[in-house]
Design a protein around this ligand. Structure first.
Ligand SMILES: [Ca+2]
Ligand SMILES: [Ca+2]
Length: 340
């Protein structure tokens, strides 16, 4: 049974100043020991016999829109290029500690990276997400690349800006209408009379930020004496799918309404309900057609493209700025402010 006690143990053999680690393997018969070189590989969490030394070669922040600002609903990536120029394998993790308000931002506070052998580099990616309710503001996060065996850290302050959502804002107008001869009962005088069939070209314009899955439902709210038709074939389909509506873009929708000849109300109200993918920026607008009157039509407004907000990764954005203090930082030890 004696051999079982040494099976799996490690022996450090010093060869002319170089160290080679070997590991006993198998269940050798008593008195016979077989071994093979481990070639730098160690069991997990087994500290290296020589110290690692981590160097932060590069820091990069990327975001989907490419403006280096973390916009609402974006997921950016903080990329760290770490190299071990020490003498032993390092065990690497990354710790992020908020130094500013990080409400509506989410990121892993601690990420295990794993073992980093001597002379090897590792790219570490830390996702940072901003949800829909994130506010405008500068943000600061303390980033520590930790070498777990020696408990040394490479710390720096990562600064970036977050921007709140530019909300979609819909404008609904009557662009044009027609009480013409397509229906023989019409009096084509530009005024709305009871008993007429009116063709309406309504327009939905996005005056705000990006909108997806935009749809419009046209409703007469079941009011008696008013009927809706999508076309002159009599389709009752009242939902118009507009899809993506970029800032400043607009789309026409065309539909018809008609009233009975005994329609007594002073006005016809048609409700347009605009919805979008996020489910919270839709609008409901009533288009009003006064009986006996002509209808006020409006033009689509020209929307200036929104001023692109600057900011970037802020003061700490450039790697030059971020890299200040690396040399000192790398020597930080437990008990220093760098740790915990
Ligand atoms: Ca962005
Ligand atoms: Ca008329």
């Amino acid at each position: 049974m004696r051999h079982h006690l040494i099976t799996g143990m490690s022996i450090l053999i010093l060869l002319g100043g170089c160290s080679t680690q070997v590991e006993l393997i198998g269940k050798s018969a008593p008195g016979v020991i077989s071994f093979r070189p481990v070639q730098g590989q160690k069991k997990p969490d087994e500290p290296s016999s020589l110290p690692a030394h981590l160097v932060l070669d590069d820091v990069l922040f990327e975001d989907p829109s490419g403006d280096s600002v973390l916009d609402a609903e974006e997921s950016g990536t903080l990329t760290l290029q770490v190299r071990n120029d020490g003498l032993g394998t390092g065990k690497v993790s990354v710790r992020l500690t908020p130094l500013s308000d990080v409400e509506h931002l989410s990121f892993q506070r601690h990420t295990e990276v794993g073992l980093l052998p001597v002379e090897e580099a590792q790219t570490i990616r830390v996702p940072i997400q901003a949800d829909i309710d994130v506010a405008d503001g500068p943000r600061e996060v303390r980033v520590e690349i930790v070498e777990e065996y020696s408990r040394t850290t490479v710390p720096f302050t990562f600064r970036f800006n977050s921007h709140s959502l530019v909300k979609p804002k819909f404008r609904v107008i009557v662009r044009s209408y027609d009480d013409g001869r397509f229906f023989k009962g019409n009096v084509p005088d530009g005024r709305i009379q009871a008993g007429e069939m009116v063709k309406v070209v309504a327009n939905v314009q996005n005056m705000g930020g990006e909108a997806e899955a935009v749809a419009v439902a046209v409703e007469t709210k079941g009011e008696e004496g008013i009927s809706y038709a999508r076309d002159l074939q009599g389709s009752s389909e009242n939902r118009f799918v507009l899809g993506k509506l970029a800032p400043g873009k607009n789309r026409d929708i065309t539909f018809y309404f008609f009233t009975t000849s005994v329609f007594a109300d002073p006005k016809v109200g048609i409700t347009l309900r605009v919805s979008e993918a996020r489910g919270r920026f839709g609008v409901e607008e009533e288009l009003v057609f006064d009986i006996g009157q002509s209808v006020k039509t409006e033009d689509v407004l020209v929307v200036e493209p929104g001023q692109k907000r600057g900011g970037g990764v802020g003061a700490g954005g450039g790697f030059g700025a971020v890299s200040r203090g690396f040399a000192d930082a790398a020597r930080a030890r437990p008990g220093d402010n760098f740790w915990h």
